[in-house]
Design a protein around this ligand. Structure first.
Ligand SMILES: *Cc1c(COP(=O)(O)O)cnc(C)c1O
Length: 309
């Protein structure tokens, strides 16, 4: 087995206006870039983050991909679905102990081979010797970092800007003020910053607390690309922790979903939209301004979450 040429698959992300009463009242216009709609199985920013990793794997002569994530991982889900679609083998290293979340059941159904690392074993993933034994066991697989991060992950997101530019006329917009999106590792944000090259600012709503080092990761990607650390802002939207959801957030998501008929995902897109809402109410977003807000997908992960709630 080896990688086919079909990685040239560049899915189309629809862009449409987001109609919400608080935006309307504040005179702020938002267009939603629907990465959740690019494909029935391979959802969200994770496909874009994978593209250049897959290209690197093919160039290295690898036959498949080994990567890692949690039991609700959107990254592993997209990777496993891509492996099934394009017929390359995938191995997933999972955080914690075996459990049958809806995501894990999908990974198995898509043919991904799973290894559970426990919590300590997973924590060792940043250590120098981590990949050695796995590469010995799977010499034909190319390792991809958690979430599909790093410079290759960011470079895969460059086409998003063109997709937006192409769809502006249909909205009746000739330009926009900037971007809003959720940031987990900041890889997607870094890709948009690279694509914009200073033309429009990118606002990242942090879905994880400060100590996750997102600012450093964004800087390191930009440095690797030989670009200055500018053209973006990060603000905290984590609400006390990754995967922490509270009643005000859930109520905000419910009322937004009723108004705009777009399914939101609570850990990233819901938190980012609530952060935008707070900025709008605080008068920090200019009347008459126009924004691109990215729906980063990940609705598959919400199945397990809502079941727990
Ligand atoms: C992974 C993920 C993000 C965060 O993307 P980064 O590139 O890590 O910042 C945002 N939204 C969803 C739904 C995700 O799965």
């Amino acid at each position: 087995m080896s990688f086919p040429d079909s990685f040239a698959w560049l899915p189309h992300a629809p862009l449409h206006r987001l109609e919400l009463d608080w935006l309307c009242q504040a005179g702020v216009e938002v267009a939603l870039l629907r990465l959740d709609l690019i494909d029935p199985l391979i959802s969200g920013n994770k496909w874009f983050k994978l593209v250049q990793h897959l290209a690197a794997a093919r160039q290295a002569g690898a036959q498949g991909i080994i990567s890692l994530g949690g039991a609700h991982s959107n990254h592993l889900h997209a990777l496993a679905a891509a492996g099934q679609r394009f017929a390359f083998p995938t191995v997933g290293l999972l955080r914690g102990h075996p459990q049958d979340t809806p995501t894990v059941l999908d990974l198995q159904r898509f043919g991904m081979q799973l290894h559970w690392l426990g919590y300590g074993g997973y924590r060792a993933r940043h250590e120098a010797g981590f990949w050695g034994p796995w590469q010995a066991q799977y010499p034909h697989l190319h390792p991809v970092p958690e979430g599909g991060g790093g410079l290759p992950g960011a470079l895969g997101c460059l086409p998003l800007r063109d997709q937006v530019q192409q769809q502006l006329p249909a909205l009746g917009w000739d330009d926009y003020h900037g971007w809003w999106l959720a940031a987990g590792t900041g890889t997607t944000l870094a890709g948009l910053v690279l694509a914009e090259d200073g033309a429009h600012p990118v606002h990242g709503a942090l879905a994880v607390p400060d100590d996750h080092g997102v600012a450093q990761q964004v800087e390191s990607i930009l440095r690797a690309a030989g670009r200055p650390a500018q053209g973006y802002q990060l603000l905290d939207a984590s609400r006390g922790g990754f995967a922490k959801v509270d009643e005000p957030l859930l109520a905000f998501i419910r009322s937004s979903e009723q108004q705009c008929a777009v399914p939101l995902e609570p850990l990233y897109t819901g938190k980012a939209l609530l952060a935008l809402h707070e900025q709008v109410l605080a008068g920090r977003i200019a009347r008459g301004s126009r924004w691109i807000f990215v729906h980063t997908g990940g609705l598959q992960g919400r199945r397990g979450l809502l079941a727990q709630a």
